[in-house]
Structure formats: structure tokens, C-alpha cells
Design a protein around this ligand. Structure first.
Ligand code: SAH
Ligand code: SF4
Ligand code: F3S
Length: 476
């Protein structure tokens, strides 16, 4: 196992079992008959935040409902990352207001990044909501709700340097009961020039490591088999134990969580190419339950564009990182985020992005065309000068190349066998299971034996597309 950090054993033993309460699985028995309905958009961190919000509301006496028309409180946890994301939310707000017009007294609240970005605007100018709550102000929800009930529409969009919600047990919404998110940090200090996140989420801060491990333990005790540690830049996780003054790095934290139980898979997202360390790679290599999968967004394959993006690495640095990952963990998969048509991007620059996809052999990528966001460095400094049709055409080329690369990569898995964690029935048939390999590849296979959701099985692959592997269970 991992033997160059002996102090960690003590850290793991020191976990305060009371740091996390219980994960509430059934939350319909509210003490009042008030119900909330919540919709979430954006990244996993936002979904994780909705679980914190749900927990706060349940403590306040609310029950949850999946039927919007039944709710006394409609909440939308929003994303500002691209213009489209905000348009979607705006349309939803019109829809919620229609429901409200049929059921006066229903309250509508906007949470998350769009709340933070637009602050008073949605409440005062457009009158679309009753309360506006930014990502660091969820503890204030009960007060704002009581105010709104008295006709006092409220806004709290204060960002904090300390808030991590470490003591709040998320209420697992819509969970498959197998896999849970754990936020390990909040905010981002990176200032990529295209990105709105530093403005909507504030400064980076890391959560108490013991509370993270306690949450992982709690999930494991509730039969969860997988946790995903979340942060905008997990590699810069850094927390100082107030008693021992020891600094817990991300690699240390991975070890602590991995040691909760060898049967608990540990994933994490997102890694920044400038910050991921060899120690993290060694931990992935040395701990079987730390999954062999790294989301390492490149954004662009061209060094000039990377500089304009303020990503702080160049193409050469990125290529070296990728080579190092495959050197230390040969069966690792890597995925990416890509933006096409960033300010001043030429056809040659774009070709380099196609090249980095091929060279890095991404198993998958999340691909977008550039959307200028008000207030960002790029909006202030650069011209959004690539025409929309060109951005879109480049995006479709990126999608095509990614799909070819994933197809070729997956073909290489034919004949191999992988340990798969069963997540449930396959989408297409109740006679087949779906699950993921350590490398985050989705596998579909016929149900044989007495296996059930949450079991680990070995599956031999006999067929592959660009998104799915197909196989069958082999003797354990
Ligand atoms: N913290 C993560 C990413 C968070 S946002 C990281 O650093 O990689 C998720 C992705 O959205 C980004 O990686 C980027 O590819 C994309 N994105 C962010 N801002 C964007 C914008 N203005 N236009 C298009 N895509 C954007
Ligand atoms: Fe945005 Fe960059 Fe921070 Fe990611 S690392 S959230 S892209 S500023
Ligand atoms: Fe969107 Fe905010 Fe996440 S802008 S991507 S929800 S941090």
C-alpha cells in the first residue's frame, strides 16, 4: 500500500464520527405539510449543493416532492457557465411562474451561480423570483423563506472565504444508491479568462478533511460503493489540521478516503493539468479502489490560445503530463473538456486541438463552443471574433475526432476483462445490467448468476462502440 506517509493512519483514526450526521434516505415525512421541489443545472458541484439545500430545508420542516405543481416552494439551482445554460433557466422560471399563477402563495427561489451573477436583477427588474440565494448563503435560506412568507422578498449573495458546509449531511436526491458526490472544496482561484466560476463561486477554500472522510464512511455504511470527490480544481486541495498543524494535500486526502474500505471506489473531478502531482498518480496506482481515470481538461491544443485562456500551461507541458500519467498508470483513461472558437482561434490552432485529442487518446470529452460571459477577463480584454458558424463547425469536427478516438480506444478493450461495479438495469433491457469499469467506461452485460446492483463482477468484453462496451460475466 502507500507507505511514504505514515501520519495518515493517525489522521484516519482521528475522524470524528459525529462530524457528519445521517444521510437521509426517506424525506417525505415532513413535520409541516410544506413541500419543496428542486431542479438543478450545471456541474456536479451544483447537484451536490442541491443536496445540502435539501438537507437544510428538511431540518426546517419541509418535505420533498418531484411534482412541481404540488410544491409550496420551487427552487432552481442554476449555472452561468454558458449563455445557453442561463437561457434554459430563464425559460424554466417563466414556466414556474405559470404554475404559481394557478397556485398563488407558491414561492420561487433561484439558487447557485446565476443567482450570484445576476443578484437583484431577477427579483427587482424581472420579478421572476421571490428569493435569490448565492452558493455560499444556503444556511440563510430558512430566514429568507420566512421573510418571503411575510411578503419580504430576500436576496443573499454574499460570498464567503470560509463556508464549506462541512457539518451539513447532504440529503441524497435522486441517488442510485451506489454512487455519491462529496464536495471537498469550494470556489476557484484560477481565473481562466473565459470562465465565470471564480466570480460566481468566489475564492477557493478546502473543507475539513475529517468531515470528508466521515461522509465517505457514512455513505459506505449505507451501502454506497463509490464516492466522487468534487472540486473545480481538486489538485489544489489543501487543509491544515488545526490541532497538529499538519497539511493534508489532495494525495493525502485520496489515501484517507481510499482507506475507508477497499470496496469503496474513489473517483475525483476536476484535475487541473498545472496542479496534478506525481503523488496523486502514485496513489491512483497503489490503491486499487482509487479509480484509474483522470478528467484533465485541456480546453485547447494550441499554446497561444492556452496563454490567452490563462490556463498557465502550454501544449508541451500538457503533452508531458499525459505521457507521465500513462507511464505511471498504463491502464488509466483520461478525459477532457474542450472549447472551440475562443477569441482569435485560427484554423491551424483548431487543428492542434484535433491533434491533442488524438495524441492524448481521450476516452471522452465534454465539448463546447466558446460563449462569452460578461465580466470575465476574456470579455474585457479580447474580441469574441470567431463567427458562430465557424465555432459550431469546429465543434462538430472536435466531436467527430473524439468519437473516432474513443471508438479506437474501446476496440482495444475487446477480449480483455474488467472489474465492473453494477449500477442497475441497462437502459434498453431488464435482462441486462449496466456498470462501470475503474476507467469509467460503461459496460452492458446479460444478467447471469445471482448478482445484484452494488456487486462487483468481472466482465469480459466482446463488443465495443465509441461510448459503451458489451460483454459477459466470467467466473470470479
Ligand atoms: N474547473 C474545471 C471546469 C469547470 S467549467 C476546469 O478547470 O477544467 C466546465 C467546462 O466548461 C470548462 O472546462 C470549459 O471547457 C467549459 N467552459 C467554461 N467556460 C466556458 C465558456 N465561456 N464558453 C464555453 N465553454 C466554457
Ligand atoms: Fe473555471 Fe478555470 Fe476555475 Fe475551471 S479552473 S473553474 S475553468 S477558472
Ligand atoms: Fe455552472 Fe456554476 Fe458549476 S457556473 S458549471 S454551476 S460552478
Amino acid at each position: 500500500m502507500y507507505d511514504n506517509n505514515p501520519s495518515l493512519e493517525n489522521i484516519v483514526k482521528k475522524i470524528n464520527p459525529d462530524a457528519q450526521g445521517q444521510v437521509i434516505e426517506s424525506y417525505s415525512d415532513s413535520i409541516t405539510d410544506k413541500k419543496f421541489y428542486i431542479e438543478s443545472y450545471g456541474c456536479a458541484m451544483n447537484f451536490s449543493d442541491s443536496e445540502i439545500v435539501a438537507s437544510i430545508l428538511v431540518k426546517e420542516g419541509y418535505g420533498s416532492t418531484k411534482i412541481m405543481e404540488e410544491a409550496d416552494l420551487i427552487l432552481v439551482n442554476t449555472c452561468s457557465i454558458r449563455e445557453k445554460a442561463e437561457d434554459t433557466v430563464r425559460n424554466r422560471l417563466f414556466m414556474f411562474n405559470k404554475v404559481k399563477s394557478k397556485k398563488p402563495g407558491t414561492m420561487i427561489g433561484i439558487l447557485g451561480c446565476m443567482a450570484e451573477r445576476l443578484k437583484h436583477k431577477l427579483l427587482e427588474q424581472e420579478k421572476l423570483v421571490d428569493i435569490v440565494v448565492g452558493p455560499d448563503a444556503y444556511r440563510d435560506l430558512p430566514v429568507l423563506l420566512r421573510g418571503a412568507e411575510d411578503g419580504d422578498r430576500g436576496v443573499n449573495v454574499l460570498l464567503s472565504r470560509e463556508e464549506t458546509y462541512a457539518d451539513i449531511s447532504p440529503l441524497r436526491l435522486d441517488s442510485n444508491g451506489i454512487s455519491g458526490f462529496i464536495s471537498i472544496m469550494r470556489g476557484c482561484d484560477n481565473m481562466c479568462s473565459f470562465c465565470v466560476v471564480p466570480f460566481t463561486r468566489g475564492r477557493e477554500r478546502s473543507r475539513d478533511a475529517y468531515s470528508i472522510v466521515a461522509e465517505a464512511q457514512d455513505l459506505y455504511d449505507r451501502n454506497y460503493n463509490e464516492v466522487t470527490l468534487l472540486g473545480q480544481n481538486v489538485d489544489s486541495y489543501k487543509w491544515e489540521d488545526p490541532e497538529t498543524k499538519k497539511i493534508v494535500s489532495f494525495a493525502d486526502l485520496l489515501v484517507m478516503v481510499a482507506e475507508v474500505n477497499p470496496l469503496l471506489r474513489v473517483r475525483f473531478s476536476t484535475s487541473h493539468p498545472k496542479d496534478i502531482t506525481d503523488e496523486v498518480l502514485y496513489t491512483i496506482r497503489d490503491y486499487k479502489n482509487v479509480c484509474n481515470y483522470i478528467h484533465l481538461p485541456v480546453q485547447s491544443g494550441n499554446s497561444r490560445i492556452l496563454k490567452l485562456m490563462n490556463r498557465t500551461y502550454d501544449r508541451e507541458w500538457y503533452d508531458k503530463k499525459v505521457a507521465r500519467i500513462y507511464e505511471v498508470i498504463p491502464d488509466c483513461t483520461i478525459s477532457s473538456d474542450i472549447i472551440t472558437g475562443f477569441c482569435s482561434e485560427t484554423e491551424e490552432d483548431h487543428q492542434e486541438t484535433l491533434d491533442v485529442i488524438r495524441k492524448s487518446k481521450y476516452s471522452l470529452s465534454y465539448m463546447f463552443y466558446y460563449s462569452e460571459r460578461p465580466g470575465t477577463l476574456a470579455a474585457k480584454k479580447y474580441q469574441d471574433d470567431v463567427p458562430l458558424e465557424v465555432k459550431k463547425r469546429r465543434l462538430s469536427e472536435v466531436i467527430d475526432v473524439q468519437s473516432e478516438v474513443a471508438h479506437d480506444l474501446n476496440q482495444k478493450d475487446i477480449g480483455k476483462s474488467f472489474e465492473v461495479l453494477i449500477e442497475g438495469n441497462s437502459k434498453r433491457s431488464d435482462l441486462a445490467f449496466k456498470g462501470r469499469t475503474s476507467q469509467y467506461k460503461m459496460v452492458v452485460f446479460p444478467k447471469t448468476g445471482n448478482y445484484k446492483k452494488g456487486d462487483y463482477v468481472n466482465v469480459r468484453i466482446h463488443e465495443a462502440t465509441n461510448s459503451t462496451l458489451k460483454g459477459e460475466i466470467i467466473n470470479q
